[in-house]
Design a protein around this ligand. Sequence first.
Ligand SMILES: Nc1ncnc2c1ncn2[C@@H]1O[C@H](COP(=O)(O)OP(=O)(O)OP(=O)(O)O)[C@@H](O)[C@H]1O
Ligand SMILES: [Mg+2]
Length: 226
Amino acid sequence: MSENPVIRVEKLNKTIRGHHILKDIDLIVEPGEVCGVVGQNGSGKSMLFKALCGLILPSAGDIWVFGKSIGKSGAFPEDTGTLIESPGFLPQYSGLKNLKLLASLQRKIGEAEIRKALERVGLDPEDRRPVRKYSMGMRQKLGIAQAFMERPRLMILDEPMNNLDAGSVEDMRGMLAALNREEGVTILLSSHNDLDIKTLCTRIHSMKAGVLSDLQGGEEADHAPV
Ligand SMILES: Nc1ncnc2c1ncn2[C@@H]1O[C@H](COP(=O)(O)OP(=O)(O)OP(=O)(O)O)[C@@H](O)[C@H]1O
Ligand SMILES: [Mg+2]
């Protein structure tokens, strides 16, 4: 374990109305890793990702992203692009305008970079239609563009391939692999697709009923310990 992991989670617990949803979760994500989380519907993947993004507060335990404590006093992770469940956009505006509005919060990038991000996910920056007329897959692509347009050092992506057609899934896999390999972006993602996990991830965790375990060191290790 390096001294400065990108994500460090210690004994994270989340209980909602008596339901224990996340149970003593420990997680380390090192710089440059592509870390995958797999697990059945309702096992707690999105809840963990929301906690990492500062969108829900832990009931107990600690989260640090780039060494900064998350989930206390409303802190959100810095330098992190996020995509959690279905991305929400302003339905009356075009994709370009939505991303321009979001980019105006940080003022890190201008319109040229936003247009490039749209093109990279296969959306036309000149498409003037409002997002309410977008298909599910187009909305998902817009969500992915929003997650990387500011060139974050970390991306937290909850089922990024949802609603994408087969060709778009391949493009997106290639894009995420390139962001990781060429730009050193650390990625944490969840997916129900084995191929996404196999082709992209350097480390795999499994969530079962709120308990996270490391598959590489655990039940699916190639060689049982002697
Ligand atoms: N807002 C909420 N209030 C109460 N319980 C919730 C809430 N959101 C999710 N849960 C519960 O938390 C548990 C984990 O849900 P979560 O959405 O994290 O699952 P998931 O692993 O992401 O599933 P999926 O693969 O279907 O996306 C489930 O039992 C779910 O019912
Ligand atoms: Mg989920």
